[in-house]
Design a protein around this ligand. Structure first.
Ligand SMILES: [Fe+2]
Length: 315
């Protein structure tokens, strides 16, 4: 069983950047590795806009990946609340978050990838998380680690928690289905490792540091206990835009963070091979040379279609 893992694509058509083209190239590179399944662990959109989720959907469909046995997605905080793009927006961000409805944000995200939530072993009635799929002999469980905006508890909309209801449902899934699988993989947006913050002078960098300090996943201990009890093989996540793997409390974690949005302008993805002998992980980073890439006609067409869908949903 081979899984490809990407995360934090941060598509943003309004920025007129080459992220869509990069995403297309990234997926082509991923497909060259012949994965059985692709996991995308959140922040597909940069600013929670329908056009960005829709263009991801169109590209997945174009490559034959908009199928539940081919691809799984979980939601990231940017898919609900977006982010800050200019220093002056820092002051408007709380208002922007207050004006967004958390539950509708989740169902909107899920709607764009609706096919991927079908043919599951289990899909929660509570906005589809957790869900569980059995792909070959691997049990894949998708979680929503986002929490509603709150001035005190979640002032930058970037903190996380797997709430009690999701934990209960995840336990039930593990009790019911773990015996039928050889491996268990968890997909979640938020990270479990500690992060370092850099020094800063300008406002945007101050924001980045504040955000880093307010990106915490709460109540990790109870999750470590559940993952250990059921011998979870690997937790795939993003959120922090750093590619890497680490072990905490005996559990293996793998970050594909910043598959597109990273400082080095690299296309990052992980390839995970699950065999009876254990897990092998390859981390790939491929430079994207803008000057050599010319946008395909059909990508231009997808941009147009995504804008149309956005306009239609907005009406
Ligand atoms: Fe994130």
């Amino acid at each position: 069983m081979r899984i490809a893992h990407i995360s934090d694509i941060h598509l943003h058509l309004d920025s007129h950047n080459t992220m869509v083209e990069e995403f297309y190239v990234l997926l082509k590179k991923v497909l060259q590795k012949n994965p059985d399944h692709i996991a995308i662990t959140g922040d597909i959109s940069d600013n929670a806009q329908n056009k960005d989720l829709e263009i991801c959907r169109l590209i997945l469909d174009d490559l034959g990946l908009l199928k539940p046995h081919k691809t799984s997605v979980v939601i990231g905080n940017h898919d609900i609340y977006g982010g800050v793009f200019h220093a002056e927006e820092i002051f408007n961000f709380p208002e922007k978050c207050r004006s967004r409805d958390f539950d509708s944000g989740i169902s909107n995200f899920n709607f764009h990838f609706r096919e991927l939530f079908t043919e599951c072993l289990y899909v929660s009635e509570n906005n589809s998380y957790p869900y569980a799929k059995l792909i070959n002999d691997t049990l894949i469980i998708g979680l929503n680690s986002n929490i509603p905006y709150s001035q005190i508890q979640n002032p930058f909309a970037s903190n996380g928690l797997i709430n009690a209801l999701q934990r209960e449902e995840m336990l039930q899934i593990l009790q019911d289905f773990s015996r039928y699988s050889k491996h268990i993989i968890i997909l979640v947006h938020h990270h479990f490792n500690r992060i370092k913050s850099g020094s800063s002078r300008i406002l945007q960098t101050v924001w980045n540091n504040i955000e880093k300090q307010t990106m915490k996943l709460r109540k990790k201990k109870v999750l470590f206990n559940i993952f250990n009890e059921f011998k979870v093989d690997l937790v795939l996540h993003g959120h922090l835009h750093e590619q890497g793997n680490y072990v905490r409390k005996g559990i293996k974690f793998l970050n594909s963070g910043g598959s597109l949005k990273n400082n080095d302008h690299l296309l990052n993805f992980n390839i995970i091979d699950l065999t009876k002998n254990g897990i092998a992980i390859e981390q790939h980073s491929i430079p994207f040379d803008k000057s050599k890439f010319h946008s395909d006609k059909h990508i231009t067409e997808y941009r147009r279609m995504a804008e149309q869908v956005d306009a239609r949903i907005a009406v």
